[in-house]
Design a protein around this ligand. Structure first.
Ligand SMILES: Cc1ncc(COP(=O)(O)O)c(C=O)c1O
Length: 344
């Protein structure tokens, strides 16, 4: 039976016969394995589990989301790229983003020859529904990316607006919740059963502290995820990285207390920064970073960098602004004392 979402999928993807690897054909873990042309000598001689069953089960328990509704990518960045490759015909289809936002949506669109419709966020850094609405019925618009909390503005998008877009849009809505653990606000990850056109992304790179391991998560209806499983390279998450992520899930208490420390430090930074002469404005943040307007962003960036404190200069996208990631108390103190010295 054709589903609504099947009609959004590229014809070549609908016809795709996925590669069937040795580990797909025989699923047991005991035996004499002479099937995958691996070395017989350990310890990392065997290919990883292509379906990451143990890790997906552990995420399922951790999040209360069925394992069949979880897909893992080599970072969220692989998932973003797969969204384009599954749903967008190069040179024909379009995707929408709300700017300023995370730059990879645009890069992945360019790689896949997809035009991006860019709708500027309003003055409160929220989605301008009136500006987006005329596009929601456009047949060439296949993907809408909503980054919430948004990078680099730090705020969550208004939930009602997000829901309106999911309901009115005929294509796929991707909500990127990379920073959700710092927000204290409800996630959309458990609501994919309600909306067959919704993909929610999260990652092990931020609150879980595993950016080096490259493990991104997508939560969606099985009728969407089946295409992701078919399209991905068979062994997209290495055994080492699967084990690192699994281990981190067993340390959930440590992760939770580190998230609390980062939130406390972020809040302390907000008040300390607000009292500095060089700082003009600090926006509230639902993430682990702050958007800060300073008197001269290039000068502040360069001065900090010469003292080996590296922040992100975002002044090309948002005039006068830098983005500061929350560090440890010690790192944040160094930042504040360097900023105190800047005499502009
Ligand atoms: C909004 C957003 N999504 C995704 C990512 C990257 O996630 P990953 O490390 O899982 O590729 C970032 C990284 O900065 C981000 O800001």
């Amino acid at each position: 039976m054709m589903r609504r979402t099947d009609n959004l999928v590229r014809p070549n993807v609908l016809k795709l016969v996925p590669y069937s690897c040795a580990r797909d054909e025989y699923e047991g873990s005991d035996g004499t394995f002479l099937d995958a042309n691996e070395s017989p000598y350990g310890p990392l001689n065997r290919y990883p589990d292509p379906r990451q069953r143990e890790l997906r089960q552990a995420i399922s328990r951790h999040k209360g989301i069925p394992a069949q509704n979880i897909f893992l990518g080599n970072g969220s960045d692989e998932i973003i790229d797969l969204c384009f490759r599954i749903f967008c015909n190069p040179g024909k289809d379009r995707a929408m983003v709300f700017t300023p936002t995370y730059g990879m949506y645009r890069v992945a669109a360019s790689v896949n020859d997809i035009e991006v419709i860019s709708i500027p966020l309003n003055v409160t850094f929220n989605i301008d529904l009136q500006a987006a609405r005329p596009w929601l019925q456009d047949e060439t618009l296949k993907l809408i990316f909503i980054c919430s909390p948004n990078n680099p503005t730090g705020n969550c998008m208004d939930r009602e607006t997000v829901e309106t877009i999911i309901r009115e849009f005929k294509g796929i809505v991707v909500i990127d919740e990379a920073y959700a653990d710092f927000s204290g606000k409800p996630s959309f990850a458990k609501r994919t059963g309600e909306f067959d056109n919704l993909i929610v992304m999260q990652t092990f790179s931020k609150a879980m502290g595993l950016a080096a391991a490259r493990v991104g998560m997508a939560f969606a209806d099985i009728d969407i995820l089946k295409y992701f499983f078919a399209m991905k390279p068979p062994y997209n998450i290495s055994t080492i990285n699967q084990e690192a992520a699994l281990q981190r899930l067993y340390e959930a208490d440590i992760v939770a207390s580190r998230v609390q420390s980062v939130i406390a430090e972020r809040n302390r930074l907000v008040s300390r920064l607000a009292g500095l002469r060089v700082v003009e404005k600090v926006w509230p943040s639902d993430a682990n970073f702050l958007l800060v307007r300073v008197k001269d962003a290039d000068y502040v960036y360069n001065t900090l960098a010469s003292g080996k404190i590296i922040v992100r200069n975002r002044s090309r996208e948002i005039p006068g602004c830098i983005r500061i990631t929350t560090g440890t108390a010690e790192e944040n103190n160094r930042l504040i004392s360097e900023l105190e010295k800047i005499g502009i």
